[in-house]
Design a protein around this ligand. Structure first.
Ligand code: ADP
Ligand code: MG
Length: 317
């Protein structure tokens, strides 16, 4: 059953690979002189998606979150492997999953070159490979005091949608409909990441919440930051719920946004604006990097906000 299933659902032409699905290994020939950027993300039923979620959406999201890591590195997507465990060979489920997966793959020039398929609790593990010119990767350790802190798109929407789904926040249905796509169909900022090569000093994608993920940049770069809460880009619908603490937490510490948070020298503001515009993504300046290794968020009253969450920790109690 397995060969048949792989042939039917996961075997496509791979003109960018020497050898794709079907042998013991794929054979890849990276562009001479480029560095390979490699990243894996695993998605588990019950933790990253629920059994009722649409299989096409799961296919989309599982590749999107991996592509987001390439975006945050400034890498050009090339290849992926897909390892999937599923309880039974459900043809309709796999057809829809593959549709969502390959739609995202085609959008970003990813070729599926291999993987593994086995029976078990639904688990999806993807490895993506991309290319970046030597020295131009957007690393976490490049932030310098005085840099601007930027974020792409809007943040908090996915977490707001999750809070609504889990019954932790009441929202009007029409409002919920505006945030749910952020949770189920995230957009990796691949084009923006590539365009920020040579401009951004550091970057990360927001998967575990703004404060936690920016915290990784600060830690690796041995700097701090001051952010303005009022400057954080959110959807109007998010604004409408900001009187609720859970909504404020979603904006500061909510996961699953897959936007880019990056820093750039203040004299590169015009360059950032120009490349963001050509990538078709809004970017917002939300604060600046400081030499003091502390992360402060200034509230609308001009006072530092107290916060307890610094991101989603899978191993927290
Ligand atoms: P092996 O026993 O050598 O691990 P498999 O039977 O697991 O081989 O896989 C056969 C081929 O199909 C290999 O080239 C493998 O990379 C590919 N493959 C298996 N599962 C997937 C999948 N889910 N997506 C893409 N390629 C897959
Ligand atoms: Mg195998």
């Amino acid at each position: 059953m397995e060969f048949d299933l792989i042939a039917r659902h996961f075997t496509r032409a791979t003109p960018g690979a020497v050898l794709g699905v079907g042998d013991d290994c794929a054979l890849l020939a990276p562009t001479p002189g480029m560095q390979l950027a490699v990243s894996s993300d695993m998605l588990l039923e019950g933790r990253h998606f629920s059994p009722q979620d649409s299989p096409a959406g799961i296919g989309h999201k599982s590749l999107a979150v991996n592509l987001s890591d390439l975006a945050a590195m400034g890498a050009t997507p090339r290849w992926a492997t897909l390892s999937i465990a599923l309880p039974e060979a459900d043809d309709a489920w796999l057809t829809a999953f593959a549709r969502g997966f390959f739609r995202m793959a085609d959008m970003h020039g990813i070729e599926l070159v291999g993987g593994d398929t086995t029976r078990g609790a639904l688990t999806i593990s993807i490895t993506v490979m991309g290319e970046v010119p030597p020295g131009q990767a957007l690393r976490r350790d490049g932030a310098k005091a005085g840099d601007d802190v930027w974020v792409s798109g809007v943040i908090g929407s996915a977490a707001l949608a999750l809070a609504y789904r889990q019954g932790r926040l009441f929202m009007e249905q029409i409002d919920a409909a505006r945030v749910l796509p952020a949770l189920y169909l995230p957009t990796p900022r691949v084009e923006l990441g590539i365009a920020l090569r040579g401009i951004a000093a550091s970057a990360i994608d927001i998967s575990d919440g703004l404060l936690g993920d920016l915290g990784h940049i600060l830690q690796r770069s041995q700097v701090g930051a001051i952010l303005e809460f009022a400057a954080l880009p959110t959807l109007p619908v998010t604004q409408a719920y900001l009187h609720e603490k859970v909504a404020r937490d979603c904006v500061l510490a909510g996961g699953d946004d897959y936007e880019l948070c990056f820093t750039a020298p203040a004299n590169r503001r015009d360059a950032v604006a120009t490349v963001a515009q050509s990538a078709g993504v809004a970017v917002t300046r939300i604060g600046r990097i400081t030499a003091e290794p502390e992360l402060t968020v200034i509230g609308t009253d001009g006072q530092p906000l107290p916060f307890d969450h610094t991101g989603y920790d899978h191993f927290a109690a």
